[in-house]
Design a protein around this ligand. Structure first.
Ligand SMILES: C[S@@+](CC[C@H](N)C(=O)[O-])C[C@H]1O[C@@H](n2cnc3c(N)ncnc32)[C@H](O)[C@@H]1O
Length: 275
């Protein structure tokens, strides 16, 4: 085990509560989960991000699956499966049996419909639920993927312990996520930051510390920062289209404030270079 990882202190606000900015009241864990799930179940999320809600998209999912050695022998849990894009891809491309779980009932419903449309109902199932309280027996999966979601869980220790519990001995976890090396500029704090997965993003060694505390060994860690910049460019382009179309009243995206989102994206771009 890595002493550096072990000595790393987990920030107090991550044990089930979310801090907005210094001096402001905390958000409850359930508020954070609900807001994140509501946004990622919305038309605005789909318009801005497409079907895959993580930097790197399906290409990064493919790399992750290859590195984890997934195949037709694998029973995979996709934690925070969003619209089901990765789960369906893993079943169709690698022949895995996949169960997807997401806090958003809307996402779960849409993902199940997509599985039926693609003729994958027997291979992929989606259920609503919470990563911090997985509704599965011990040792029921050979692998877990969790893409761009661990950073949003208010109680990361609980989620990591649940991952370990439902994995069979020798099982593998593939996690792709945002990392934050330094404290973020003020514009990147607040609920929007939590929804965009930046609010409680942590340095990679902190994620490792949570996982080691839950008895995982860390096999490999890779940097794919370029994927994040690509995603910001994509979202900026779509935001511009959204702004024009909503201005012309040809599109309605309730809950999306393009001006606020643009400011947020600009701040995110500026924050990426220094880490
Ligand atoms: C950035 S999206 C990623 C979705 C998917 N993994 C993908 O890459 O397309 C984050 C997802 O986490 C889900 N989520 C947030 N908190 C959750 C929790 N506590 N348990 C399960 N899902 C959660 C949201 O509903 C949302 O679909």
């Amino acid at each position: 085990m890595d002493a550096q990882g072990h000595n790393e202190r987990v920030p107090r606000h991550s044990a089930g509560r979310a801090r907005l900015t210094e001096g402001e009241p905390q958000l409850s864990g359930s508020t954070v989960k609900q807001c994140c799930a509501t946004f990622y179940g919305s038309d605005a999320a789909r318009f801005l991000l497409g079907e895959s809600f993580h930097p790197g998209g399906t290409q990064l999912t493919h790399e992750l699956a290859q590195r984890m050695g997934l195949g037709s022998h694998s029973r995979v849990l996709d934690v925070a499966s969003g619209r089901g894009t990765s789960a369906l891809y893993l079943a169709a491309t690698f022949g895995c049996e996949v169960v997807g779980i997401d806090f958003s009932e809307e996402n779960t419903r849409l993902a199940q419909a997509a599985a039926a449309e693609r003729g994958l109902t027997g291979h992929v199932t989606f259920v609503p639920g919470d990563a911090e309280h997985l509704p599965f027996p011990d040792a029921s999966f050979s692998a877990i993927v969790c893409e761009c979601a661990f950073c949003t869980f208010p109680d990361k220790a609980a989620a990591a312990a649940e991952f370990f519990r439902v994995l069979a001995p020798g099982g593998r976890l593939g996690l792709t996520d945002l990392t934050k090396a330094a404290s973020a500029p003020a514009e990147l704090e607040g609920l929007l930051a939590w929804i965009a997965c930046i609010g409680d993003a942590q340095p990679a060694i902190r994620y490792e510390a949570w996982l080691r505390s839950a008895h995982f060994d860390i096999a490999e860690r890779l940097d794919r920062s370029a994927c994040l910049l690509d995603m910001i460019h994509q979202v900026s382009g779509r935001l511009l289209i959204a702004e024009v179309m909503t201005g012309l009243r040809k599109l309605e995206l309730p809950g999306l404030d393009p001006a606020q989102a643009k400011q947020f994206l600009a701040a995110a771009s500026r924050a990426i270079a220094p880490g």
